[in-house]
Every structure is written in structure tokens, then in C-alpha cells.
Design a protein around this ligand. Structure first.
Ligand SMILES: C[S@@+](CC[C@H](N)C(=O)[O-])C[C@H]1O[C@@H](n2cnc3c(N)ncnc32)[C@H](O)[C@@H]1O
Length: 265
């Protein structure tokens, strides 16, 4: 059966990936197992080796310059050699401090890692203007900082402030994890371990793809990335092993489609 575009395919990503053409994908959003929860699908004995296998298999599907974002815990790519396949451009910290579980013999982990990989040296796109965030510094401070000595040669140069905002950087504390009160939560059962905030996925899709591009979401859950792609005019291929999540994701896509119809977008 040919792969469905702009729908969620039920099945195992590690099998379905064989049906994706090599070098056909612009962006992969890989929010799969972390190896830390009690969910059956998250029982991975060695998460680093699992991730290396994903990187090896998925990278062949990327176009030159395509990007892969891999989600995980801080050690998710420790001691594995991904360099034959992809170049690690940034390790983004997604700061999410509202976890209830508190460490007793170490510091409570308050962040996830999102590894931003690129195939080849340069990304096909990095749409900075689409993801700028506000400058956060007061006008007086900005004016004072306009003349600062350069780290390179100690000479004074102009620090340029862009009025459209700044690069979001590699610590993302401005996007909050979902709570039971979040309007976008599709079901209470998927809080925390499953559903990601749309704003988080939006930043990735906006930065690393263009309208009309093809995005692959191999671990679609309840369809956050597909819903974001639908809203932003990207095509997608998505896989999910849990049939209940596939249904929830399709219902969500229908809601997004209807809303866009009503708004005439
Ligand atoms: C962290 S969740 C992804 C959540 C998603 N980003 C969202 O916002 O809804 C990981 C998902 O991967 C699915 N999964 C785990 N192993 C899989 C596999 N081998 N093939 C396809 N899906 C898998 C799980 O059922 C789970 O829904």
C-alpha cells in the first residue's frame, strides 16, 4: 500500500520508514521514545543505540541540507558516533520546570534536549525571521550596550539590535509544557509523556522548512506536528503505532481543516 500523504499511517515507524523514498524529505521531527517512562513503547534498554539506529535509517531519507530534530533526555546521544550520517548544529534545551517528581539524591531534571541535526554542512533553510523572539532588554540598556568592545580585538564596534526581535537561542524557556487546563490538550491521558505544545513544534517547522515542503513525523502521537504542518502549509508523512492515538490525531486534523475552512484560509 502506498504511503498516505497528509494523513497518519498506523504502524511501526521502523518498518514503515522503508516505504519512504531516499532523499525525499525536507525535515524530520523525531519525538519518539525517551527510554524513561513506564509506557510499553518507551521500554528501550539502550536509548543511545536506539537513537543511533534512528539517525542512520532516517538520515538517508533526508534531502541534502535537510534537518532532523531528535527529542530526548540530556543523555540521549551520549557516546554514540552520529557524525557519519548527520552534523549536530545545536543541542537545544527545552526548559520545562513544572515536573512533580523531585530528585532525592541528585538535582531534579528540568529540561528535555532537542538535537538539531543537518545533513551536510549547510541547512537548506533556517528561517530566522520567522522565529524571532522579543529582545527582552530595556531600551536604556540597549542604548548603553550599543558600544561594547569586541571579544576578538578589544576594539569598539556597534552592537546591532534587530527591531524584529532576536534569535531564540538554544535555551527555550518561553514555551510552556501543556497542563490539564491547556485548550489544545486532546485528552487527559496524553499529558506529559505524549502531547507536545504546538508552539514548540511550530518553531521547528517554521525554522527548518518552507511552505510546500515535505515533513516526516515518524512518532506522531496525537498529531501535533501534522496539525502544525496543516496550519503552516507543509505536506507531511506521519506514523503512529497506537491506533487510539491515530484516531485522536485524525479527529484533530479534521478540526484544524474545518477551522481553516470557516476562516477561509
Ligand atoms: C513522545 S510521543 C510523541 C508525541 C507527539 N509529538 C505529540 O505531540 O502528540 C511518542 C509516540 O511514539 C509512538 N511510538 C513509539 N514507538 C513507535 C514506533 N516504533 N512506531 C511508531 N510509533 C511509535 C508512541 O505510541 C507515542 O505516541
Amino acid at each position: 500500500m502506498p504511503l498516505q500523504r497528509n494523513g497518519i499511517q498506523h504502524g511501526d515507524a521502523l518498518e514503515l520508514i522503508n516505504q519512504v523514498d531516499d532523499e525525499s524529505i525536507d525535515l524530520i521531527v523525531c519525538d519518539g521514545p525517551y527510554g524513561v517512562t513506564q509506557n510499553d513503547w518507551d521500554q528501550i534498554p539502550n536509548i543511545q543505540q536506539y537513537n543511533l539506529n534512528l539517525i542512520r535509517r532516517f538520515s538517508s531519507k533526508l534531502k541534502d541540507g535537510g534537518a532532523l530534530y531528535l527529542f530526548g533526555k540530556p543523555n540521549c546521544v551520549d557516546f554514540i558516533d552520529y557524525r557519519p550520517y548527520l552534523k549536530l548544529k545545536s543541542k537545544i534545551v527545552w526548559y520545562r520546570p513544572s515536573r512533580l517528581a523531585q530528585g532525592r539524591i541528585n538535582y531534579t531534571n528540568n529540561y528535555d534536549i532537542i538535537c538539531y541535526f543537518v545533513k551536510g554542512d549547510r541547512p537548506r533553510c533556517y528561517n530566522l525571521d520567522d522565529i524571532r523572539v522579543s529582545q527582552l532588554v530595556e531600551l536604556e540598556h540597549r542604548l548603553r550596550c550599543e558600544r561594547v568592545p569586541s571579544v576578538k580585538n578589544g576594539k569598539f564596534g556597534k552592537t546591532k539590535f534587530n527591531d524584529k526581535g532576536k534569535n531564540p537561542g538554544d535555551v527555550w524557556g518561553d514555551i510552556k509544557q501543556l497542563t490539564y487546563k491547556s485548550k489544545e490538550l486532546v485528552s487527559r491521558e496524553v499529558l506529559n509523556t505524549i502531547q507536545k505544545p504546538e508552539k514548540l513544534i511550530e518553531r521547528i517547522v517554521l525554522a527548518s522548512s518552507n511552505p510546500g515542503d515535505l515533513v516526516l513525523d515518524p512518532f506522531a502521537g496525537v498529531g501535533t506536528c501534522p496539525a502544525v504542518c496543516q496550519n503552516l502549509g507543509r505536506d507531511f508523512i506521519a506514523f503512529e503505532i497506537n491506533p487510539d492515538y491515530v484516531d485522536l490525531a485524525h479527529e484533530r486534523l479534521n478540526r484544524v481543516g474545518q477551522k481553516r475552512l470557516i476562516l477561509g484560509i
